[in-house]
Structures are given as structure tokens and as C-alpha cells.
Design a protein around this ligand. Structure first.
Ligand code: FAD
Length: 267
């Protein structure tokens, strides 16, 4: 289906992008376009203007601090993250990016777009929640940094308000991370997913079971402790054509155990 007519601007700086987004209520940031353009084609969304962030170099940087903290610019694509020697400091991020869809989506889709979409079936929201990532948001009033609990607000809803841009994702040092998912075929959408981090305590973030990633903190990495923590979250996942609520609840426990085992193997 053809797009309806839409305004377009390609600012060269973050300041200019924020000004353009703030000036028009109907303006939307364009990152990889792998969700937004499809949404526009189906008329599920109809922005008046697209503010293309692809010309803003500062949003593409991937930097590794001396203490192992990783800063990933919101406009870094999955392919760039997979190829980045800096991003290998937290290998799970590149490993999970490599599982997203197909090469075309990975070449265009960005970490920032994935998080700003906050589709519950997307791979990166639960991963960033498990890793304890912090999201930096810039707007007319300056910059603020929020945790994933503050960032993910609901299905397709995040803390990024109209006139604001997600600029970077900051991930603390650590290597004991894991991810497991049941997908619709190879390279398919997640039916259920779990990300785990065992750097210090155990943190598990479950995807596809609620509007936002559900974070649980098992007392230990033992299977019984992990299952008990997931059970204690009293999940009420949605039912759809791919899985019943009960099946997703079952998958959440199984995948949490697999993700924790993966994380322990990587530590
Ligand atoms: C065939 C297909 C299969 C897919 N399968 C998967 C999958 O299995 N797993 C998965 O995780 N994803 C999947 N996706 C989605 C894909 O990962 C998208 O790339 C991602 O959801 C959005 O990223 P984007 O860079 O393309 O953002 P866009 O589509 O350009 O933007 C998405 C939304 O985020 C906003 N936005 C983007 N960047 C910013 C920013 N920096 N600041 C503020 N707002 C911003 C936009 O305004 C828009 O509302 C699939 C997509 C396709 C087409």
C-alpha cells in the first residue's frame, strides 16, 4: 500500500531534530522505519511529518568506558551493534540483535527504535530491563536518564514524550547474561521471551507476558528458585492465535530457566 503524503525533514543535529519535533504535534522521529513505515502503510498511524534521525552522527556512536560501561547511540543499527568491538564487552546484546528478523531489518532497524516501539514481542525491551540499562532522553528542557522500569510504560508507550528523542542507552559492565525465546519460526516474532543477568544477583526480565517487561529477582540461579520467582509474579499473559495465556505462562517459566542457565554459562 502507498503512503499518504507526509512532510519530511532530515536535521543534521540533535538540537534541530528536537526543535522540529516540538514544533509539530503530528511529527514523529524516523529511525530505521522498520516499524513506523509499516504502521503508516496500514494507516494504523498517520504522522504529518517525519523527522529523520539518520543524519545525526552523534546518535550512532558506540563507546566503551574504562570501567566497562557501554554507551550505545539510539541510532546504532542491529548490524552495527553486532559488528562493534566495543559492544562485544556485553556480548549478549550483539547475540540477541543477530536473532532479530532478517538481514534487511537488521541493517535498518535501530536499538532506539526497538525500545521506543515497546512492542511486547520485540527482543530488546526485556533484554535491556535484565541488563539494568539506563535510557537517556533529550528534549527542549534538557536531558534526563531513566531506568527501564521508568522507560517502558505500556504497549507502544514509553517515557519519550512528543518533542523528545531517545539519545543513548547505557549498559553497566558484566558478562553473565542470557536470552531464550520461543518464536514463530526461524527469525520470527517472539511468542514468549526471557532475558537474564547473573552479574551479582539474579535478574530475569520476561517478554510477551504483559504490556511491559516483567522483572523478577530469583533468590538464586537454581531452577527451583527461578521457577518460584516467575510463579510468584502471578502472570496473566494475553491469549492470541499463537498461544493461550496458560501456554505463555508455562513458557515464561521454562524460558526463564533457560535464560539463567545461558547466563551462568557466559559468566
Ligand atoms: C518483517 C519484520 C520482522 C520483525 N521482527 C522483529 C523481531 O522478531 N524482533 C524485534 O525485536 N523486532 C522485530 N521487528 C521490528 C524491528 O526490530 C524494528 O526495527 C523496530 O521495532 C523499530 O526500530 P526502527 O529503528 O526501525 O524504528 P522506526 O520504525 O523508525 O520507529 C519506531 C518508533 O519509534 C520512534 N523512534 C525511533 N527512534 C526514536 C528515537 N531515537 N527517539 C524517539 N523516538 C524514536 C518512532 O517515532 C516510531 O514511533 C521486525 C520488523 C519487520 C519489518
Amino acid at each position: 500500500m502507498l503512503l499518504r503524503e507526509v512532510g519530511y525533514a532530515r536535521p543534521g543535529s540533535l538540537g534541530e531534530a528536537i526543535e522540529l519535533l516540538a514544533a509539530h504535534d503530528g511529527a514523529r522521529a524516523l529511525a530505521g522505519g522498520q516499524t513506523l513505515i509499516n504502521v503508516m502503510k496500514t494507516r494504523a498511524g498517520s504522522p504529518d511529518a517525519l523527522i529523520d534521525l539518520n543524519g545525526i552522527e552523534e546518535l550512532k556512536a558506540i563507546e566503551l568506558g574504562a570501567d566497562g560501561t557501554l554507551e550505545i547511540g539510539a541510532m546504532a543499527t542491529y548490524t552495527e551493534i553486532m559488528a562493534s568491538s566495543e559492544a562485544r564487552a556485553r556480548p549478549i546484546i550483539g547475540e540477541v540483535c543477530a536473532q532479530i528478523a532478517d538481514v534487511q531489518v537488521r541493517n535498518r532497524g535501530t536499538i532506539g527504535g526497538n525500545l521506543c516501539t515497546n512492542d511486547p514481542t520485540n527482543h530488546l525491551p526485556p533484554l535491556m530491563a535484565a541488563l539494568g540499562a539506563q535510557m537517556t532522553i533529550a528534549g527542549g528542557d534538557g536531558e534526563r536518564t531513566v531506568s527501564s522500569a521508568e522507560f517502558f510504560l505500556g504497549v507502544y508507550m514509553t517515557a519519550v514524550a512528543q518533542g523528545e528523542v531517545l539519545t543513548k542507552i547505557t549498559v553497566p559492565a558484566g558478562r553473565g547474561d542470557g536470552f531464550a525465546a520461543v518464536t514463530l519460526g526461524v527469525e520470527g516474532t517472539c511468542i514468549a521471551s526471557a532475558a537474564a543477568s547473573v552479574n551479582g544477583g539474579v535478574t530475569v526480565a520476561l517478554g510477551c507476558v504483559d504490556a511491559v517487561p516483567v522483572v523478577v529477582t530469583p533468590a538464586s540461579a537454581d531452577e527451583a528458585a527461578v521457577r518460584s520467582a516467575v510463579h510468584g509474579a502471578h502472570l496473566e499473559p494475553p491469549s492470541d492465535v499463537h498461544a493461550s495465556s496458560a501456554y505463555r505462562r508455562h513458557l515464561a517459566e521454562v524460558l526463564a530457566v533457560r535464560a539463567v542457565n545461558h547466563a551462568q554459562g557466559a559468566a
